[in-house]
Design a protein around this ligand. Structure first.
Ligand code: CA
Length: 375
């Protein structure tokens, strides 16, 4: 079997209700889907997290290195593609595009062998994963507390036992909304917060000191990804665990975050940090350094399936009868493409999601959706 083609699909969908996080407003959701086609017609799909159009260009730059090659030699391809742009890449677009190709190669291999990716990677260690709801974004309405309370209550009603609030609206506003949310969901449901690096260490710690009594699960991206000393200060200066890593790439990028213990929870995005091959390596490094691993996941059902295949093989850290289990980030914000791109949606039940057990990523891509949302 040889690789015959590498196809890309840039997808776009307008939102009914635009929403914001601390850095920008969203009025559309986009996705870049990568398809690796084998010469006998079988396809594998992957997804890229990052700006779709520039990333499509990078995938197209890698494609000639793959055509005619053995699709099963995934590790060889990873090293070759990484090295191809190494002098100009190492992170960002170069690794995001590589991630989508790597995931598509794993999907293709699994489909060719009739086995799910997590079995090929040595699993399963677990067959279902507890999900936390990502949502609680800002809307273009003045009554922020009211709609956030409603939305949080809907997640509890849906069975979620954990959820994440978007912060970064200024310390006073963040404190007010965090208190309101904790009041709304009570003490039993886990609450995490995510500033998307809106703060410097001074404001991040000012916020931490004012909400330390609220049992916050983690404070995600308190400061800019390049501000390693800021991470160190926020971690040392407060009692809320610090999470980060969705803007970091490869084992080389995570070496410092893990080795210097700058985060308590590492959050590589499988569709950005290097794909399934590389994220398994980062996860094993995290295990060696005693750092938790909870993948960032904010794409379509393809990204969600890839995250689940990895989650199925994440090592317990540490093992034990009551070991702390990794979580699946379950994006609940509006995304018209997310469930449409697979023939069966990936759903949560009582706050848990089953790891797909079909071949490859365990999903079937709906080709009509790829055409319907094509940008
Ligand atoms: Ca985040």
């Amino acid at each position: 079997m040889k690789i015959a083609a590498v196809n890309t699909y840039v997808l776009s969908a307008d939102l009914e209700t635009p929403f914001a996080y601390s850095q920008a407003w969203y009025a559309t959701r986009m996705a870049l889907i990568v398809e690796v086609v084998a010469d006998h017609g079988l396809s594998g799909f992957g997804e890229v997290y990052g700006p779709p159009r520039p990333n499509r260009g990078v995938v197209e730059a890698y494609a000639p290195l793959l055509v005619g090659e053995d699709p099963f030699a995934i590790e060889r391809h990873w090293q070759r593609l990484y090295n191809h742009l190494r002098d100009h890449g190492q992170r960002g677009l170069a690794i995001q595009a590589l991630s989508g190709i790597d995931i598509a190669l794993w999907d293709l291999k699994g489909k060719a062998l009739g086995l799910p990716v997590h079995v090929l990677m040595g699993g399963p260690i677990r067959e279902r994963v507890r999900a936390y709801a990502t949502g609680l974004y800002r809307r273009d309405r003045p009554d922020h507390e009211a709609y956030l309370r409603e939305e949080a209550a809907s997640y509890v009603e849906a069975g979620f036992t954990a959820m994440k609030l978007k912060t970064g609206w200024g310390v006073a506003e963040d404190v007010r909304l965090t208190r309101a949310l904790r009041d709304e969901i009570g003490g039993e449901v886990e609450l995490m917060v995510d500033a998307n690096h809106a703060y410097d260490a001074v404001d991040a710690l000012a916020y931490v000191r004012k909400v330390e009594d609220l049992d916050i699960g983690w404070f995600e991206e308190p400061v800019a990804p390049e501000d390693y000393d800021g991470y160190r200060e926020v971690k040392a200066g407060g009692t809320i665990p610090v999470a980060g890593g969705e803007c970091s790439f490869t084992r080389f990028g995570f070496r410092r975050l893990l080795g210097e213990r700058l985060v308590d929870i590492a959050q590589p995005d499988t569709c950005a940090a290097g794909g399934l091959s590389e994220c398994k390596k980062i996860a094993d490094m995290a295990s060696a350094y005693g750092v938790r691993y909870v993948p960032h996941c904010w794409g379509t059902g393809i990204a969600r399936a890839a995250a689940l295949q990895l989650l199925a093989v994440l090592p317990h850290n540490p093992p034990g009868l009551f070991a702390t289990e990794p979580l699946l980030e379950f994006d609940m914000s509006e995304h018209p493409i997310r469930d449409a791109v697979t023939t069966e949606p990936i759903v949560q039940e009582d706050g848990f999601v089953r790891v797909p057990t079909g071949p490859g990523l365990g999903i079937e891509v709906d080709r009509a959706t790829l055409e319907r949302f094509r940008a």
